[in-house]
Structure formats: structure tokens, C-alpha cells
Ligand binder design. Sequence first.
Ligand code: GLN
Length: 481
Amino acid sequence: MENLYSLTAHKLKELMTKGETTPAAVAEQLFSRIEKCDGKIKAVVFNGKDNALKNAVASSGKNGRLAGVPVLLKDNICVKGEPTTCASKILAGFRPPYDATVTRKLKDAGAVLIGKANMDEFAFGSSCETSCYGPTKNPWDTARIPGGSSGGSAAAVASDETILALGSDTGGSIRQPAALCGVVGLKPTYGRVSRYGLIAFASSLDQIGPITKDTEDAALLLSVIAGYDEMDSTSVDLPVPDYSKALTKNVKGLRIGVPKEYFIEGLDKEVEASVRSAVALLKSLGAEVKEISLPHTEYAVSTYYIVATAEASSNLARFDGVQYGLRADNAKDMIDMYIKTRSQGFGNEAKRRILLGTYCLSTGYYDAYYLKAQKVRTKIREDFDKAFRACDCIITPTSPTPAFKIGEKTNDPLSMYLSDIYTIPANLAGLPAISIPCGFSKEGLPIGMQILAKAFDEETIFRAAYTFEQSTEFYRKRPKI
Ligand code: GLN
């Protein structure tokens, strides 16, 4: 039999139901796998082995939807009593007094939480290099970045160090690392999943979502974590479909839009070729393909870096050494304590964003930057509203290039920011979007394609993604570690 750690959640559930394996056996194997691989990959920042093994034994024979299935959480999702640091020195030693809603839902479904995944500090980044723990490595080539900010979650799934993972996505942080690590990552519609207990980056953009080995697991995990929550006033009170039912291998008559503004200079030739042949495959299976236009695409990155940094600067004001984590020593008074704590606690990218955001919100610049960005954001949303009158889903590349080298963009924030060019619009418009594997570069690096749909129409995304996946083998390939 295959190793248990390399299986999907749905396969493991099947084996457990038939009595062919147990949650304890799965957890044991998984922690040996982490011991063997994580020295190289560095995806796991807190290893919850002792609790996890106990919980695995306790979940045996239970019938929750994820009973006995291991899940790794991004380090910005609160777990009561467990370290939660956003990969930042400023949250050193912080253990939240409560569970995030997604954490509670996972526990209620019988999932076994195995620890915390590395990330860019406060989710600021596209490469996992801004983490205070040092970078995670891409399992396909350890000289390369895994993507970010949920790089630890994606690398852990790709290297079989977990079965399922959760990430968060503000401008692409689930989809881009999923693409660069050759796994599946879904950003749900804004409001679909509660953000209660997700340490906020940009509250109008953040969503939590699944990172998994296949589409079926993404549907399963979304079904567990989705739904209205009175603790998050932006969560939406709509019934949660059983997303597994949307996994039909049939795209007959599905109208796919391909935006011409996404196939531009800077897009890697191999990425373009893989995405175009994926679209051609769906067409051969009965989908209708048409070119569409999203004319305000070119403003998305600049709009995002105003809105996101403005919200981040305000959200990060709470980390001042008084209530959470780090407090600097030897301060002469309260103001000095704030200054010392924040200077020592935040890394360079966090400081850069606090400065940018504060600037955009300051008197005299608010109208010129923040207000203007909000107006452009509306234009971008309207582009999608219009496009979705003519098509049911939109297919694009997820990232303009495969994984880049560690260090390649660290001194050039602008080129780092541009790597989110295809993922940011979905956040600005609040739309759901998935990244699934659709090819490999000549160097053997994974390539991902993105499928977007209307708000709350994750089912169409699953239908298209599942049909593609079941007609190809890309998602089955795993790196040798
Ligand atoms: N890379 C983007 C940024 O740095 C997106 C991050 C995210 O989605 N959390 O803002």
C-alpha cells in the first residue's frame, strides 16, 4: 500500500471507514514524515505532535466529516492555548485565549490539528521570505521560494507533511503558493468563511481557505469551514451547499471567459502555453470559450497596495507591547516602550507597509490615494459584473512565472508586488477563485491556472476544476525530497 501520508483526506476517510487504517496510524506516519522532511523544507513552525497524537486516538471511530484527518493551520489562525505568531517577533510567546471559528469548526468535525505553518510576516509577501523564522523552501527545488504568504501551508501539502492545510488570502496568498508548489488552493468568496480569529491583515480583503492535494479535498474542507458566523459581521448568511456534490465531470455548455488583459508582457511563455492548452482541453470537453475584457486590470496592483496597506497600518496599531507578545525592555516611559517594541518586533516589510498605509490615510493624501483607490476598486468589480453576464467562469494564469529563486526579489519590493498581478483582482472584487495544477516548466517546476466565478458560486469553480483534474495527471505528481 502507498504511504498513508501521501493520500488525500477523502481516501483516508474511506480507509478509516472500512477499518483499514486508524487516525493514530495516520498521525504517527505523518509526524515521522515531518521529522524526515521538514529540516529541508521548513514549512512547520510549531509542531503539535503530543496533542495531535492524543486527539488522533480520541477521534478513532467518530463520524465527523474530518474525523481523524490531519490539518495544518497557517500561523495567523488562532488556536486556543497554542502559539500563534503570524511569523512575527512582535507576537513571540502569544497564545490566544480562544479558537478562531474555523479552528472550532475543524475540531467539531473531528480533524486532528497538527501544528502551525510558516508564512510571510503578517501575511505580507509572496515568497515566505519575510518570516521571522526564515524562509520555507519549495519542495520541487529547495533553492526556490514556495510562494507566499501561505508558503508553509502549500509546501507542507506538496511534501506530504500534512494531508490538509488552511491558508489565508488577501491578494493571492493561498492561490500563488498553491500554484508554485503544484497543489490546489481556493480563496472563497468574501463573506463565505468567518474571519473571526484570523489575525487581520486587510479586513476588507482577507479570506481563509483550503490548500489540498486535489479538488475533492478542497470541496470537503470548504464545506466544513464555510458559513455564517455571528462573530464576523462580514460573514454572509447564506446556506452552505455540500460542495462535494458540485464535483461533476461535465463542462458541456460551460461558458469560459479568457481575459485578454491577462496575457501580456511579463507572462512566462511556458506558463502561457500551459494555461492555453488547459483552456483548449476544457473546450474539447464541451465548454464554450470566449475572449473577454477586464479593462481596469492594469490598475489592480496599485489599488491593492493602497487599500491593503491602509487597512494593515490600522490593524497593526494594536501591537504595541501592552496586550500581546513582545514588550521591549528598558523603556524610559510609555511612548518609548511603544517605539522600542514596534521597532524591534516588526520586520522591514511590515514597517514598510505601516508607513505606506499611514501615509495614504493621512490628511491631505486620503482623498488623493485612499479614496481614489476605493473608486478604482469599484471599477474593477464592475468589470467582473459585466464579464459574468457573458460567461460562467474566467480562466487565467495564477502567477506570471513559476517559483523564483530565494533572494531573487527581496531587494526589489516592486517586482515582488507585481507577482500578484493575476490574483489581486479577485480580492478587490470579493470573488472566489481557485488555483489548480495545469503543467510543469522544462525545469520541472509546477504551473497553476486560476478559475474565478461569481460571488458565492464556488460550485462552478469546483465543476470546472474537477473536470480538468480528472482529465489530466498534473495534480498527481509529487516532488522527490
Ligand atoms: N503578496 C500579497 C501581499 O504581499 C498578498 C498577500 C496575501 O494575500 N496575504 O500583500
